[in-house]
Design a binder for this molecule. Structure first.
Ligand code: UDP
Length: 329
């Protein structure tokens, strides 16, 4: 299939691209490289560099091309930032998405896999979370993703677009020593904990007075390869008429303190930490039920163990301590 991957230079998009190519799909990456890395894009993919917010530039960049499916991962995705700069989130995650639909459907696209998030649920009353839970985001990041899900439902109803939204829980780990997590600035827990392990720095724990077993936030960490595989499952499922949102997680929650403890075991180093104020917009606990993805998409995650996830991230960190700026080994 001819597939366009937006955000294909990013952490998750580059691994999705790798998996698509491995299954023989003709794959084009679209990215503005504002946060992604040119070196993360697999060599066999075509590359279009353009900002999705600029509709005229988008039309020009895609002129003469055709695609059957889109995997839409390009986004801003930081909870804390979204509480300070909501405009950035609604522009990048909502308006840019509408541009993408308007400019790619005339090129032949009739299906889209959308990178959504657990942040669409807000602060659920119980866990694990199923797809029929209320969606009441506590941050503008989650709100922007949820709004775009309803845009997709309208395009399905009015234009026949097939859509699946994958509500990621916490993407983590590295696909290989070639592709892993590299954000600038890095704000995610696992890479920051591993950097502290390697360099002797201190990890901030954002709040220890949440209603969770040890008072720190609980998240469901999922290996990047398992996450990437779900995109291919979703693309196939749309051929069977399946649509809608699907959770992707392991169904096991780990607190910030537990992530630090497992990282100490993996790295063999002691990691200093300090309790800091809560981060605005953070729900206490997000743990998925992915029963629907397993049963309906046929998703079969293989790498659910947190220790293995952190080991893969540690191998990536050792191979490339400065991410893509480090020379390949
Ligand atoms: N977190 C933390 N210290 C950090 C970074 C993150 O305590 O330096 C916490 C954060 O508040 C959240 C969890 O770790 O409860 C996971 O955060 P991350 O940013 O990795 O992912 P998110 O859940 O926001 O998608």
């Amino acid at each position: 299939m001819k597939v366009l991957v937006t955000g294909g230079a990013g952490y998750i998009g580059s691994v999705v691209t790798e998996r698509l190519l491995a299954e023989g799909h003709e794959t084009t990456v679209l990215d503005d490289l504002s946060e992604g890395h040119r070196d993360a894009i697999p060599a066999a993919a075509s590359f279009v560099e353009v900002d999705l917010r600029d509709r005229a530039a988008l039309r020009g960049a895609l002129a003469g091309r055709s695609f059957e499916a889109v995997m839409h991962l390009a986004a801003s995705c930081l909870v804390g930032e979204s509480m300070e700069n909501p405009g950035k989130y609604f522009e990048n995650n909502l308006s840019a998405g509408v541009n993408l639909l308007e400019e790619t459907m005339p090129l032949g696209v009739d299906r889209i896999v959308f990178s959504s998030t657990a942040a669409t649920y807000g602060d659920p009353e119980t866990i694990p979370i199923t797809e029929d839970f209320p969606t009441e985001p506590t941050n503008s990041y989650g709100a922007s993703k949820l709004l775009f899900e309803s845009v997709l439902a309208w395009y399905s109803r009015l234009k026949g677009l097939k859509w699946i939204a994958l509500r990621y829980f916490n993407a983590a780990g590295a696909a290989s020593e070639e592709r892993g997590e590299d954000h600038d600035p890095e704000t995610h827990l696992i890479p920051l904990v591993l950097k502290a392990a390697a360099e002797g720095g201190e990890v901030q724990i954002f709040g220890d007075d949440y209603p969770t077993p040890d008072g720190t936030c609980v998240r469901d960490y999922i290996h990047i390869r398992d996450l990437a595989d779900a995109h291919l499952d979703a693309m196939r499922a749309m051929e069977r008429g399946i649509e809608g949102p699907f959770n992707l997680g392991n169904g096991a929650g780990f607190s910030v303190r537990e992530v630090i403890q497992v990282s100490e075991a993996v790295t063999g180093k002691s990691i200093r930490s300090r309790v800091a104020p809560r981060r605005p917009g953070d729900p206490p606990s997000l743990v998925a039920s992915s029963k629907r993805a397993r049963e309906i998409l046929g998703w079969n995650p293989q790498r659910g163990d947190l220790k293995g996830i952190i080991e893969s991230a540690w191998q990536w960190h050792l191979a490339r301590p400065d991410g893509y700026r480090s020379a390949a080994t």
